[in-house]
Every structure is written in structure tokens, then in C-alpha cells.
Design a protein around this ligand. Structure first.
Ligand code: FES
Ligand SMILES: [Fe+2]
Length: 342
């Protein structure tokens, strides 16, 4: 079950070039391509002639041409021509609303007529020269809510990411969760600790002392339908922590757009936005590589967890205090889905 009246990240801008892109979002098979003006279109990936996937075709003059018998479909989903046929009476296919913003292609999962551009998230880090961003895309075989649970409870870092961002002090600092309307915020603050390897390195890259004792924070914000932005960082201990001056901290925003593909698989758009050394492209690449390695560790755990859950659907699971961020996020999702379906 997915929230439908919402924008999901379906692709990055670079993914939609000359060739059509096939991508399933919320169980809907779609084809993405650009029209003559370069605007991205999303149609159902289904040729009205004999049902071939349009994504196996090609783009010509801003239309998508079916790779089976050459039926051309416009960016509005209308049949625009076919060799030797009059297409006037052919049925149109379903078109979905898409917006290209912040380097991503956003898909409205409900009917195109209901699309509400004002509901697109506002991403200050994506719109500002004071921030640098690097990220990637993983396809993961798990229910999107398992990934939300994962990101709203970073206790797992100590175990899953022990060599990079994990450290035992995480468990000693209980998280606080608050719900603000449709947003769920889970925060954890650690004080007077040695930075773990990833953060020691970030301090070094920011020309700060990697051996200094630090205050560390993780502030996870879930917003519907399935986005989790996490403010993370370290600052020299006792200098204000999260509120400390930028000159004595290394901090960033972990960006997670979790787009359901099917009931048990996701397109996971991950990245990191940072405010230090923003013009250093090599640093962006280094951070991206490190983050990609860390998130691959989650992939293995989540896919194994999903297989276990599918094999044991009757098993009841525990809910501990560390799970409250994910539990509250699921409540928001359930409430919004119920409101859409009543
Ligand atoms: S199936 Fe697409 S043109 Fe025939
Ligand atoms: Fe993780």
C-alpha cells in the first residue's frame, strides 16, 4: 500500500537522455522520455496495439515509437502515427504528471489531473551554491517501510556499519521522537566522544583535528510519502554541538528518497549534501564512494530481512523504544492512505 497523492523521485535528470527509460513505481510500469522541448513525460509502458512495452522502442521527434510495429505515441499519450495505418480511432494511453526539479524527476503517483505542484518538497540544499551534493541509486529488494525503519533508527550503525559510522556510544544515547503534523523527527545527541572513522575523516577533510573529542548528532526527519532527510555531524566537544559554529564542525544532510517499485522492492535514491568545501569535486566523489559502501551494507541486511518476513508472515515483531521513529512514520503513512481510500 502506497500513498498516491504525492510526488516520488522516479529518476535522476541524467537518467532520461536519448533512450526511453523503463521504470516501475508503486507497481505501475512506466516509460519516461523527453519531448522535443526536452520536457520529461511519463506514460504507462504499454503499447495500445498489442501490449508491447513502449520502453523497448525509441524516441523520434518527441514521440515514443513502439519497437514492435512502429506505432508512435505523443508525450500526451495519444497515437500519433503508424506505418500504413490511420490512427485517429486508436485509444490513448495513460499519462502521468512529472516535474523535473533539483536534478530529479518527480512522479505524481495518482491521476495526472490531481497533481499538485505545491506539494513538491522544498530542498534548500539543492537550490543553493552554499551546498554540494553527491549521490547514487540502489535497487533494493525490500518493502519501502523497512528502509524507513532503517533510517529512522540509526542504532543499527553500531552493528551494520561498525567500521565507518558505528560506535558503541550510539546505544548509550537514547533517541527522542516527536511527531509534528505529517513529519516525524527522531533525534540523538552524543557528547564528548571520539569521532568514528567516517567522521574523523570528514574532520580531516575539513581541515579540523580528527582526534579531537566531539559532540555528535543525528536528526532524522521523515516526511510523506517516504523521504528521510538526516542531519548528521560532529563538532568539537562542548562548543554547542549541533548549534556549534560551522568553523568547528563537519556536518551534512543524508538524503534518502525511497521510492516503492513493488510491494517488496524499492528505488533508493541516496546522497549527501554538505556545506564545507563545496567546490571540491574530488571530495564529493570521495564522500559519495564512502557513503555508497556504507549503504551497500544496509542493502544486504534489508534484503535478508525481507526474505525472512515473507517466509514468516504470521510472526509478530517487537517494538522497542529505538523503533519509535519508524513506528510513528508508519502511522503517518497509514493515516494518509486511509484518508485517500475512504
Ligand atoms: S505492439 Fe506496439 S506497435 Fe504493435
Ligand atoms: Fe544504515
Amino acid at each position: 500500500m502506497f500513498i498516491k497523492n504525492a510526488w516520488y523521485v522516479a529518476a535522476t535528470s541524467e537518467e532520461i537522455a536519448e533512450k526511453p527509460l523503463a521504470r516501475t513505481v508503486c507497481n505501475q510500469k512506466l516509460v519516461f522520455f523527453r519531448n522535443v522541448a526536452g520536457k520529461v513525460t511519463a506514460l504507462e509502458d504499454f503499447c495500445p496495439h498489442r501490449g508491447a512495452p513502449l520502453s523497448l522502442g525509441f524516441v523520434r521527434d518527441g514521440n515514443i515509437v513502439c519497437g514492435y510495429h512502429g506505432l508512435a505515441i505523443s508525450d500526451q499519450g495519444k497515437c500519433a502515427g503508424m506505418p500504413g495505418q490511420r490512427v485517429g480511432g486508436f485509444p490513448s494511453i495513460k499519462r502521468f504528471a512529472v516535474e523535473e526539479k533539483y536534478g530529479f524527476i518527480w512522479l505524481w503517483a495518482a491521476d495526472a489531473e490531481t497533481a499538485d505542484v505545491s506539494k513538491l518538497p522544498v530542498l534548500t540544499w539543492a537550490d543553493s551554491d552554499n551546498w554540494a551534493y553527491g549521490g547514487g541509486l540502489y535497487h533494493i529488494g525490500c518493502d519501502y517501510r523497512l528502509m524507513i525503519d532503517n533510517l529512522m533508527d540509526l542504532t543499527h550503525e553500531t552493528y551494520v556499519h561498525s567500521s565507518s559510522i558505528g560506535q558503541p556510544e550510539i546505544e548509550d544515547a537514547p533517541p527522542q521522537t516527536v511527531v509534528e503534523g505529517d513529519m516525524v523527527v527522531t533525534s540523538r545527541h552524543m557528547h564528548n566522544i571520539a569521532p568514528p572513522p567516517f567522521w574523523a575523516n570528514a574532520l580531516r577533510l575539513n581541515e579540523l583535528d580528527p582526534t579531537a573529542l566531539c559532540d555528535r548528532w543525528q536528526i532524522c526527519r521523515f516526511t510523506p510519502p517516504s523521504h528521510v532527510m538526516i542531519e548528521v555531524g560532529v563538532a568539537y566537544a562542548g562548543r554547542g554541538g549541533y548549534e556549534a559554529d560551522d568553523a568547528i564542525k563537519a556536518s551534512s544532510v543524508v538524503v534518502d528518497f525511497i521510492t516503492p517499485e513493488t510491494d517488496s522492492s524499492i528505488w533508493y535514491f541516496w546522497g549527501m549534501a554538505r556545506k564545507f568545501k563545496v567546490n571540491d569535486a574530488a571530495l564529493t566523489a570521495t564522500i559519495r564512494e564512502g557513503q555508497g559502501r556504507i549503504f551497500a551494507e544496509d542493502q544486504e541486511m534489508l534484503e535478508s530481512q525481507q526474505r525472512n518476513l515473507l517466509a514468516n508472515p504470521e510472526r509478530k515483531l517487537l517494538k522497542l523504544n529505538i523503533d519509535s521513529g519508524g513506528v510513528q512514520a508508519r502511522k503517518v503513512i497509514d493515516r494518509l492512505i486511509a484518508a485517500e481510500t475512504k
